[in-house]
Design a protein around this ligand. Structure first.
Ligand code: HEM
Length: 215
């Protein structure tokens, strides 16, 4: 194994960038609450991997979506496990992102020069919630349908642009197949893409500014 690694390293150069990435000085007063961001990132990665697996069998269509979910649960080998893991990692992701935000807030780590990282984090939090909301419709059962009817109708109560917003979110006046495809696209493409970009910026700033040492 060592020899293979040496050979790969001499051609590819894995060790040096790796050292530069991980060997960073850290403040001495760290505790477990500083792991919450890392836990959130781990859960995000678990959601992405299980989501990719689910996308092999899930069919985003008005007539097939529910049937494909039943198939994943009952016929696909370990489909139920992948689906439950996806659901739980998504739920826990929201919990851990909120706990991480509370840690940053309590330690006042949002102060300059970390204010831009707080903004990047806040946008990630909004996207995490949006991911939960759009994913909730995908099973296309009664609970999912009515939750989306209620959730999207809130957009309709916005002053002046409410009507436009409601049509924009639903892709029409009602929640139907168009809404399903819209939510599917947001859930599997747009939201993860922007999450990756924002998290890259988030980690870049954490590395540039270092972990806040406290007041
Ligand atoms: C999926 C979402 C998120 C992930 C994966 C994530 C990940 C991380 C990680 C790994 C760190 C390094 C230190 C630590 O873990 O505490 C960090 C730091 C930080 N995060 Fe997040 N974060 C997320 C969301 C947020 C949110 C919602 C906010 C605030 C609104 C935020 C604000 C910050 C700030 C200001 C720092 C620097 C803290 C310091 O220097 O002590 N993050 N984040």
């Amino acid at each position: 194994m060592g020899k293979i690694f040496e050979w790969l390293d001499s051609r590819f150069g894995v060790k040096d960038p790796h050292k530069r990435f991980f060997n960073r000085p850290l403040p001495l007063n760290l505790n477990y609450s500083y792991c919450l961001g890392g836990m959130a990132f781990t859960l995000f990665l678990i959601s992405v991997i299980t989501g990719l697996l689910l996308s092999i069998y899930y069919v985003p269509s008005e007539t097939e979506a529910y049937k494909s979910i039943v198939r994943i649960n009952e016929e696909v080998r370990l489909g139920w496990l992948v689906r439950s893991t996806h659901k739980w990692s998504a739920h826990l992701l929201i919990v851990f992102v909120i706990l991480h935000t509370i840690r940053v807030f309590v330690k006042e780590a949002y102060r300059p020069p970390r204010e831009l990282n707080w903004i990047a984090g806040a946008l990630t939090l909004i996207l995490t919630m949006a991911s939960g909301f759009t994913g909730y419709l995908l099973p296309w059962d009664q609970k999912a349908y009515w939750a989306t009817v209620v959730g999207t109708s809130m957009a309709g109560t916005a002053p002046f642009i409410g009507d436009y917003l409601l049509h924009f979110v639903r892709g029409g006046a009602d929640v139907d197949g168009t809404t399903l495809i819209r939510f599917y696209s947001l859930h599997v493409l747009w939201i993860p893409l922007f999450m990756f970009i924002l998290l890259w910026a988030h980690f870049h700033m954490v590395r540039k500014q270092g972990i806040y040492r406290g007041l």
